[in-house]
Write a protein that binds this ligand. Structure first.
Ligand code: FMN
Length: 237
């Protein structure tokens, strides 16, 4: 894919706003997507549903159209058992100690994974050399391959939501332990470990907010105008 080719008429199509109903459906998916840990029903997700979700992930943007991702679908309970044990070790040996003492009680009551409760897990990886060491767009920001893979995870998460499939991201896992359990080669980065399965109920707000761990920050405080820290005159004051 290197010979230059002119853009033809059919290469562009209309890209105006969606209809009101379509917009509402997309925003509903965004606002009602949750990180799921405990609400998995356990029914199997049919292959064709799973492939629709992964195809949505595969249509994420990626730097230089690098598509650096792979998806390891993990159903084997023995494999998930090993990942679950690795999670428990990470919590006990490191994560808990890193939490400020006053919050440790609250932390211990949080459920932070659904590795065995969900019927399948997906490990999303990033091949950092898929299109050469730097490739288009990565000479100044080499980490954009990892960011691209995170975009794929978000697409996956939203597509799963519209299929009634919940997703929970587990990051309290040492990448090297995952690498050894899943046989991931050294040159492949592990980006996400996801618990996946049907749900029929989900929190309306982030569970960490419901349980008083954190709250959603006001958007207005996070938006600047033109320069860091600057806010143009807003509202009626
Ligand atoms: C990169 C990343 C890592 C995360 N790791 C964990 C995790 O290890 N355990 C967990 O319970 N939730 C994890 N989460 C989920 C967040 O806690 C959750 O997204 C956040 O609380 C907001 O809730 P919501 O996703 O339901 O809106 C992770 C989310 C992201 C994006």
């Amino acid at each position: 894919m290197s010979a230059e080719k002119p853009v033809e008429n059919g290469d562009l199509a209309a890209a105006g706003p969606f209809s009101q109903d379509e917009r509402e459906a997309v925003y509903r998916a965004i606002y009602s997507r949750r990180d799921v840990r405990n609400e998995f029903l356990g029914d199997e997700v049919p292959r064709e549903v799973l492939m629709r979700i992964l195809d949505a992930a595969h249509h994420a943007p990626s730097v230089g159209f690098m598509q650096p991702w792979n998806f390891i679908i993990i159903k084997d309970r023995a494999v998930r058992q090993r990942v679950s044990e690795a999670f428990s070790r990470s919590v006990k040996e490191e994560e808990e100690a890193a939490i400020e003492p006053a919050r440790r009680g609250l932390y211990r009551n949080l459920k932070l994974e659904g590795i065995l409760k969900s019927p399948l897990n997906i490990c999303v990886t990033c091949d950092r050399a898929r299109m050469g060491r730097t490739g288009l767009g990565r000479s100044q920001q080499p980490e954009t391959d990892l960011l691209s893979t995170a975009c794929a995870v978000q697409n996956l998460w939203l597509a799963a939501r519209v299929e009634g499939v919940g997703v929970g991201w587990v990051s309290i896992l040492k990448p090297d332990e995952l690498r050894s359990i899943l046989g991931v080669p050294e040159h492949i980065a592990i980006v996400a470990y996801l618990c996946v399965g049907y749900v029929d109920r989900a929190y309306v707000r982030p569970e960490l907010e419901v349980r008083n761990w954190a709250r959603r920050l006001p958007l207005d405080e996070l938006v600047f105008d033109d320069r860091w820290g600057e806010r143009a005159h807003r509202g009626s004051d």
